[in-house]
Every structure is written in C-alpha cells, then in structure tokens.
Design a protein around this ligand. Structure first.
Ligand code: CDP
Ligand code: MG
Length: 717
C-alpha cells in the first residue's frame, strides 16, 4: 500500500503532518465507541430523543397561524421522519387528505418511507408509502404520508393543479437546490396563493431561512400580515476533529483507500467509515482497490484471530433500492463497515455508526453549455457548506473524525456554497414541464433564482427543434404534451421513444432508453488480467455503430438467455431464468442487477408507449432504423469528424474527444477515412479534456432531414 503523505495522527510524524481543526473540541475524544445510544430504546422513545421533538408543539402552532413554515435544522435532527408524523398525529389528514413529502433523491424517498412506516408500526405502502419514477408503493384511500421525488409531485400537478388530495406539502432538503427543487418552490408558491388551507413546510439543512421565508411570504403592503414563518431546530452533534493532508492528493481515489486502511490498521480506532467520492466509477474503483488490498493482506499474512474485518458497502443513486439499504445495516460483530458513497450520503440519508469520514474534497456537478447543447458533468472542489455537512456525518453518535484529502489552506479558499442547479443546468426539461402546466410565459415565472437568459433561449430553441413547441411557443399536440408526460429526465430521450413507432423500432428504442436509465451495465475488470478479460467480453457485444447499439446487443442477449427455459411451473421457470441469467452475466462481465432493472424499466416504457398509442414494433436487426431513431432525439448533440482527425460539435465547433469507455475509442488507431464521420452523444464529461460519451454513429444527412430548422447546411460544411 502506498501511503502518500497521509499518516496516522497517532504516530509522531503524523501529529506534525495533520493539523487538528481550529474548533478542536474533543473532550470525549477517547471514549470508547458505542453504537447509537438510543438504538436499543423502543422506536416510540427514540422519536422523543430527537431534537425536532422539542419543537413539535411550536411547529404545529406555527402551522395554525401561518401558511408556510421554513424549517431549518441539522441533518439528523428529525425533520424528514418526524415532521410528517407530527402533522398526521395533529389531524392534518382528516377527510382523506394526504401529506406529501418531496425528496431530491429516490433513495431518500424510499428509505424514509420505510423508516416512517416502521415508526408508525405499519406496513410500507399502507399508512406510509412512496412514489418514485417507475416504482411506487402506496394505497389510495389508506395512505396518509407519501414520500416522493420532486419530479413526481411536479407530474402530479399536471393532473391535479391545486393538489386537492393533499392537506400539507413538505419540500424537504431545499438546500440541495436541484433543478426540480426550484421549480417546485415556484409552483408551490403559486398553489399556496390559491389554496390558503394548504400548509407548506420548506425544510433545509442550512441557514438560508430568511431568504426562503421572504420568497414564500405572500403579504402585501395592503395586507401586511406575514404568511410565512421560520422555525429553527438545533442539531445534536458531537465535535468532529478535522485532519488535512499536507499536500493535495495526486489521486484522491487511491488516497481515500489508503486513508481507510490507515484508520483500520494503524489507528485502529473503532467506528464505521464513510468515504465521499464523486461518482459511481470512483466508488467501484475504490471498492476494487479495497477488496484487492484485503485479499492481498490475507494471502500474505493469513487471517489473524480477533482481527477486525472490513465490510465494504457501496452507496449511490443508481444502485437498486435493495442494495442501497445495505449501507444502513449494522455490520456483523468484529467487522468495520466502510461505506463508499457519492454525494448522496451528504444530507439525504443518515447512516448509523459512522465515526470517521474521508472526504475527497470534490463533487460532480452538472453545467449546461450552449456550445455542446447539453449538460456536461464536471468534477469541482466542494463548497465549504458541503465540507461541513460531510464532516458532520461523523459526529452523529459520538465525537468523530474527518480526513480531508486536501491541505487546510484549501479549506479556507472554498466557495461558501454552490449556485442552485437552475442557474447552470439544461432548462429544456423545466420549460417543457412548465408549459405542460399551462405556464405560457416561462420568462416571467417566479423562479427563486432567475436562470440565465441564454440558457433559457437555448432550451426554447431545442424544444422547438424537437417539435415539442410550435411557432407560438405553445406545447404541440400530441407530441409536446406526451413528451412532458413521459417520465424520463431528458426531452431528447422522450422524443426518441415517442418517434420509435415511426422508425419501426420501438422495442429497440425502449431497450436503449432503459439501459441508459440504469447507467452502466458493463462491469469493468480494473487493471491486470481481469480487466483484459472484461474488455474482451465486452468486445463480444461490440457494434461498429456505437455504444447504444453495443448496449442493445448486450441487453438482447441477456433477454435471450431466458428464452429456452421450460419448466413445469411458472415459479420454477422464473427462478431458473434468474439463475441462468445471473451465471451468464458473471461469465460475460455484465451487471445482472442493472440488466434486470433495465428489463423492468423497458416493460414500463412499453406500457407508456401503448398508452400513447405508439405501435410496438421490432427493427428485426435493421440497425439503420434504430440509429435514425436515436438521431431523431439527439440530433442537437452531434459531432462531426474534422479533417484534423478531431471531432467537433456541428453547432459551435467545440472540440470533443471520444471517452475511453466508448467502443469507438479504439478507432483512433484506424485511418481517418475509416473513422465515423458523424456521431451523436448523450453525455459530455469535463475532466482534463472534454469527452463525449454514449455515442451512436449517424449519417450527417439525417441531421438535415430530421431537424432542418436546427441545422442549416452552412453549419455542416
Ligand atoms: O431529516 P433530518 O436530517 O433532520 O433527520 P431524519 O432523517 O428525520 O432522521 C432523524 C433520525 O432518525 C436520525 O438521526 C437517525 O437516528 C434516525 N433514522 C434512522 O435510524 N434510520 C433512517 N432510515 C432514518 C432516520
Ligand atoms: Mg432529512
């Protein structure tokens, strides 16, 4: 193991290298680790130990007097789990009304619903339920508290503009300021004007309360009575000691793995470890490095009796809900849990047992670029608010430690917060939703933060090119209306699916979309021999037409594996199909769970297409039809091969490199006349260079044909 500059604070040199945080309060620092002290109490009593409980009556009183309450409090104080229950207990759900609680992330919606159902002593889906994209568990007429993602509530507004089913709405985790948090705030402000009986709770883990209160306050000079109030709930946190690196880490994934091992082996302080990384690739990579290191250690030193083991758990948004839950389980005796997480663990979920946090110091953010006509993902330094939040995850049960993989001087230079996503994201999904909700003048919509006019214009232009909007800027019928209703995050993807009937490839298009929605289905083997075998396995599915068709090949082969199963009962057959597919995936370096989920999503998409009367047809191996259909959705994300051998966006002329994960990456070795002349991409990634990902080879002429108003000849040649 290479130790870099990260050395345990307990050894002499380490003490010099690490510097304790200025706040350095650690009276209890040496107390032995205990599990959540309230954990053994019955749930009813646990609830009363939460900081929110002290403010229960005050909250209910404020909700009698004010329409909107802005609720601020540290993560873990009981906002998400307790407040909906207080409302239920106080009779806010009389006459069949429900309480909606929105979450920016799917895992938060499902895990909170499970927790609150348990606390109310009911089955999940009964009194307490959830609704997320392609999955829900709630019972009309019985469910009182419904957790959901923000996007779902926006969709419910389409059918029920005044949200008559609900007596209260809690917009939770407002500090995240996702695209949909901002839209939802704007919409709820409008709804609350028309429904004075509706209570609105805006909850945030940060202290920006007064701005939020002002935004929601509907008092006018003529009617000076305020309609929004603030309630602050103090946190319950223990001191967290911060350690910094002397030099920035050259490779923070490796540095985080080294730090975990240092904590585990050298410091040997008890308690679970939470590592913050920026994305799925990094989480997978770190998990592999840790596994290898653990195996190597056992091989070289044997298993020593009494030595603590490591249990490595991954936690990220696209993981199936069941796997995400593993992070919450208590590890077996004599085992230390290491949770490798993305930003999801920063505020959305509370993972019990964490005493050490390893913070890589970075976060992946979306940023819209009018040049590439798409959001690009870039990795940037975290803002100070995130660094503090991440550290706070270590001080829930007892004093903890945070290991920041950057020098202390860098901490002082961090920006206070990240700007809201609406200021830097592709606005096309937002505008589509607002138009569908009947908001024709989107420029005058009361956004909590006004998005840049250039991004607004780019989004309107794209929606027009996609034929979702007409010359007057109105939603087209039926295409635009169906696109808005389609529960996929990108209007381009919706357009691809809705045109798939015309291109005669709806089966293939739904498969490509389903795979895109589960993110990655290929399992990389890392470096060395295993990596080589994994790459060879992927080659078996490779299509010269690009990544979408490669993924389609893998998906169709996966489905076929179950075809020949013949059993005497359906139940046996289902089990046998699962077993065969799982074995086959392991042999072919494919992710069985991701593919199974993609199959489920495909069937949901097919149901939706049926509802929109799109014929279900197969291209029967005709790749041109499929590629044309992909181009019909993604024409705006097109790059053309320049005579220098580089790709450039058709509009804007921005140079884009093919991402190394693409099947077209190797074509660099080919002669330029053998390279694809034109490709469309679904994602752009900013690292040291600008990469395009998820490519499909298309014909330049199709762009002119499919989007004549968007591409004039001049752009292409
Ligand atoms: O929303 P906020 O961050 O204020 O807290 P919460 O999610 O309501 O959680 C309150 C407490 O409930 C946490 O500190 C945990 O002790 C507990 N909890 C849990 O044990 N398991 C969950 N899935 C959620 C919460
Ligand atoms: Mg919460």
């Amino acid at each position: 193991m290479s130790r870099g500059t990260f050395i345990a604070p307990s050894d002499d040199e380490g003490v010099r290298r690490f510097e304790a945080d200025r706040t350095d309060v650690d009276a209890e620092f040496n107390t032995s680790f205990t599990w959540n002290p309230t954990r053994n109490l019955p749930l009813k009593q646990q609830r009363k130990t939460l900081p929110a409980y002290k403010h229960r009556d005050e909250l209910l009183y404020l909700l009698e007097k004010y329409q909107v309450v802005v609720l601020c409090g540290e993560t873990g104080s009981g906002k998400s789990t307790q407040v909906p229950q207080y409302l239920l207990e106080a009779g806010h759900c009389s006459r069949g009304k429900m309480i909606a609680v929105t979450q920016p992330r799917r895992v938060a919606a499902t895990s909170l619903a499970a927790r609150v159902a348990e606390e109310t002593g009911s089955r999940l889906g009964d009194v307490v339920g959830y609704s997320i994209r392609f999955d829900d568990s709630w019972t009309p007429g019985r469910t009182k508290i419904k957790f959901m993602t923000e996007g779902i509530l926006v969709r419910e507004l389409l059918a029920d503009p005044l949200l008559q089913q609900y007596s209260a709405v809690m917009i939770d985790e407002v500090h995240e300021r996702t695209l949909f948090t901002d839209i939802l705030m704007g919409l709820m402000r409008k709804v609350s004007r028309k429904r004075p009986d509706l209570r609105l709770i805006i909850s945030s883990a940060t202290m920006d309360a007064e701005d939020l209160r002002k935004y929601f306050d509907l008092s006018k000079p003529s009617e000076p009575k305020q309609t929004a109030a603030i309630l602050s709930v103090e946190g319950r946190t223990y001191p967290v000691r911060a350690y910094y690196l002397e030099e920035p880490a050259a490779d923070y994934v490796k540095a985080s793995v080294d730090t975990v091992l240092t904590i585990h082996r050298k410091l040997n302080t008890p308690g679970d470890i939470l590592v913050f990384l920026t994305g799925v690739d990094e989480v997978d990579h770190a998990a592999r490095l840790l596994d290898e290191e653990v195996e190597r250690n056992v091989r070289e030193n044997g298993r020593r009796s009494g030595e603590m083991e490591l249990s490595i758990v991954k936690m990220y948004g696209s993981l199936p809900a069941k796997d995400q839950m593993k992070a919450f389980f208590r590890p077996p005796p004599n085992t230390r849990k290491v949770v490798l997480a993305t930003n999801i663990a920063e505020t959305s979920v509370t993972i019990p047992g964490i005493v050490h946090v390893v913070d890589c110091g970075f976060v992946k953010v979306r940023c819209f670029s009018a040049d590439t006509q798409t959001d690009s993902l870039g990795i940037v330094s975290i803002p100070k608010s995130s660094a503090i939040q991440r550290a706070g995850r270590a001080g829930r049960m007892k004093p903890g430690n945070v290991y920041r993989l950057f020098p202390e001087q860098e901490f002082d230079k961090l920006e206070p917060t990240l700007p809201p996503e609406i200021l830097r994201a592709d606005l096309s999904p937002v505008i589509l939703q607002l138009k569908a909700l009947g908001i024709t003048d989107v420029l005058r919509f009361p956004f909590p933060a006004r998005p840049p006019a250039a991004n607004m214009a780019a989004a309107l232009e794209l929606l027009y090119a996609l034929e979702a909007l007409d010359d007057n800027g109105e939603l087209t019928e039926p295409l635009g209306a169906c696109m808005a209703e389609f529960p996929v995050p990108d209007p381009r993807l919706a357009k691809m699916l809705l045109s798939s009937g015309d291109f005669g490839c709806s089966e293939e298009a739904t498969a490509i979309a389903a795979v895109a929605l589960v993110k990655s289905i290929f399992v990389g083997g890392g470096g060395g021999q295993r990596g080589l075998v994994a790459r060879q396995a992927k080659r078996g599915f490779e299509a010269a037409e690009g990544d979408s068709l490669t993924a389609l090949n893998a998906f169709l082969s996966f489905v076929k594996v179950g075809d020949s199963v013949n059993c005497n009962s359906d139940k046996n057959a289902a089990g046998e199909i699962r077993a065969r597919r799982s074995r086959w995936c392991a042999q072919n370096f494919l992710d069985f769970k991701a593919l199974s989920r993609a199959l489920e999503i495909q069937s949901q998409l097919i149901k939706l297409l049926k509802r929109f009367r799109i014929p279900l047809v197969s291209a029967k191996g005709d790749a041109v039809r499929v590629r044309r259909c992909v181009a019909a959705g993604y024409f705006a994300n097109a790059a053309i091969l320049h005579h220098s051998g580089q790709y450039r966006t058709v509009r804007g002329g921005v140079e884009l490199k093919i991402h190394p994960s693409s099947v077209l990456y190797d074509q660099k070795a080919k002669r330029i006349d053998k390279m694809a002349q034109c490709v469309v991409y679904t994602e752009v990634l900013h690292t040291s260079e600008v990469f395009m990902r998820d490519l499909t080879v298309v014909d330049v002429n199709w762009l002119l044909e499919l989007a004549p108003h968007y591409y004039k000849r001049g752009y292409l040649f």
